[in-house]
Design a protein around this ligand. Structure first.
Ligand code: BES
Ligand code: MN
Ligand code: MN
Length: 457
């Protein structure tokens, strides 16, 4: 029996297990879910241990555990693959617009529907099941494998960021593979060659010390909602570019060759429309949609609140208004510098009629990463997609971020392969997140081939 046979024969069982994994609400950003995050780590560790991977939970006070596992039976002279992923998920509740309960996974219409199905539990599980299939079918693996699966990718990742530089020896490998991304069509697999970085901050605008009667005081107070709206309106120029002085200072100018590479993976307005459900694209007019996402920085208002938003009306001038702002950064932009520029600009445009309060993590923020594609391991990834997936991959610059990937490349010095198995339309971070059953099984086949290909390089 080949590993592919084993995976085929156990397909139903593999998916039933994945559904169990998805039932655990490992929401890392919300303290209330801390025990559930741990339960997910323990579940994964037990599953890895069961198939023959030596596994441990690595704790750090106040943080979520890392799941570390290794199978070193291929011997000292064999190659070692470091597999990274995350078992934590974004928050979700049915009221956000889900058709089913986010943590009660269902299989329907060829997809698995649940929070974390594609980001990233389903893709992590592909690696676990590929290793299981090879071990069960052949009693051995062609390479050594190390797993490092974190529980706070969606919420800062402080634990792994501290752990990696201190455990360079333990994490020693020949290549690092990450499956935490997506493609636009199943026939056209994608290897990601750039990730964006980011910063975040929260602003609070204070007006009267408590909500006051809008008849008694309206017209004499600068309403915090209005002041916030005025500030936010000044963060972009009419053409969609960011108005913060100096924001683009360090941004690399795309070469004609880079622009041609980006254009080789087309993304039409129609595709954009059907993926987003929005009306007309917006943003910097001199850049294509793919360039805006892959190679340009952004400033996004990710949340706003203030005043009364329950049923009916309340005649008040509210005391406060809030907004959350996040920037996506591209190579050479320094997170601390951008944070400082944004903060200074917001201070400068805040009118004297209100008080500004800012919250951000000093030293927080993530640099963008350009992936080095010019190494022999990349060929293993390409071959794996061709033989295991059924398509030749193209390179694509991704708009999202995976914070620790930069350290794998720069601190561990490893070639990194961003081999995502999801679809852009999987609804990650939104309601009704789902993962294609077909792509789950193709992913397993691809990783089975990949392990063999690495052994031959
Ligand atoms: N898997 C995503 C990143 C991603 C999204 C890669 C789409 C490829 C395609 C990851 O889990 C994620 O959401 N990252 C965060 C990082 C942030 C919390 C620092 C992001 O991009 O917002
Ligand atoms: Mn992810
Ligand atoms: Mn995510």
């Amino acid at each position: 029996m080949t590993p592919h046979d084993y995976a085929r024969q156990h397909a139903e069982e593999f998916r039933a297990q994945l559904l169990d994994f998805l039932r655990i609400p490992s929401v890392s950003t919300d303290e209330a879910y801390k025990p559930e995050v741990r339960r997910a780590a323990e579940w994964l560790a037990a599953e890895m241990q069961r198939i023959g991977i030596t596994t441990e939970l690595i704790d750090m006070p106040g943080r979520h555990p890392l799941v570390y596992g290794e199978w070193m039976g291929a011997g000292e002279n064999a190659r070692t693959v470091l597999i990274y992923g995350h078992y934590d998920v974004q928050p979700a509740k049915k009221a956000d617009g889900w058709d089913t309960e986010p943590f009660e996974p269902v299989e329907k219409d060829g997809f698995i529907w649940a929070r974390g199905a594609t980001d990233d539990k389903g893709q992590v599980y592909i690696h676990v099941k590929a290793v299981e299939a090879v071990l069960k079918a052949e009693g051995t693996l062609p390479v050594n494998v190390k797993f490092i699966i974190e529980g706070e990718e969606e919420s800062g990742g402080q634990h792994i960021a501290a752990y990696v530089p201190q455990h360079v020896d333990k994490l020693k490998a020949d290549v690092c593979v990450v499956s935490d991304g997506s493609m636009s069509r199943v026939e056209q697999p994608v290897i990601v060659n750039a990730l964006r970085g980011g910063i975040g901050l929260e602003i609070t605008i204070h007006g009267p010390s408590a909500d006051v009667h809008s008849g008694m005081y309206g017209g004499t107070l600068h309403n915090p909602n209005q002041a916030l709206a005025e500030i936010i309106a000044k963060l972009h120029n009419p053409d969609g570019s960011v108005a913060v002085p100096g924001f683009y200072e360090d941004v690399r100018v795309l070469t004609p060759q880079e622009r041609a590479e980006i254009a080789a993976v087309p993304w039409t307005d129609d595709e954009w429309r059907s993926e987003t459900g929005a009306q007309i694209p917006w943003g910097e007019p001199d850049y294509t949609l793919s360039e805006r996402v892959g190679a340009r920085p952004t400033l996004e208002i990710t949340g706003m609140a203030g005043g009364y938003y329950e049923r009916g009306f309340k005649n008040i001038v509210p005391s406060k208004a809030w907004a959350k702002i996040s920037c996506r950064l591209v190579p050479d932009q320094k997170p601390h510098k951008i944070l400082h520029q944004v903060v200074e600009y917001i201070k400068q445009i805040t009118p004297p009629t209100v008080r500004l309060e800012l919250a951000y993590r000093e030293g927080g923020g993530i640099e963008a990463t350009l992936i080095n594609t010019n190494n022999p391991m990349m060929q293993a990834a390409i071959n794996a997609y061709e033989k295991g997936w059924g398509g030749t991959p193209v390179f694509k610059r991704e708009g999202g971020g995976i914070p620790i990937v930069g350290a794998f490349q720069n601190v561990l010095g490893l070639p990194v392969l961003l081999m995502g198995f999801g679809l852009n339309t999987d609804g990650l971070h939104g309601p009704n997140e789902h993962f294609s059953i077909d792509m789950f099984h193709r992913g397993i086949n691809t990783i089975i081939v990949f392990l063999n290909e690495v052994a031959q390089i």
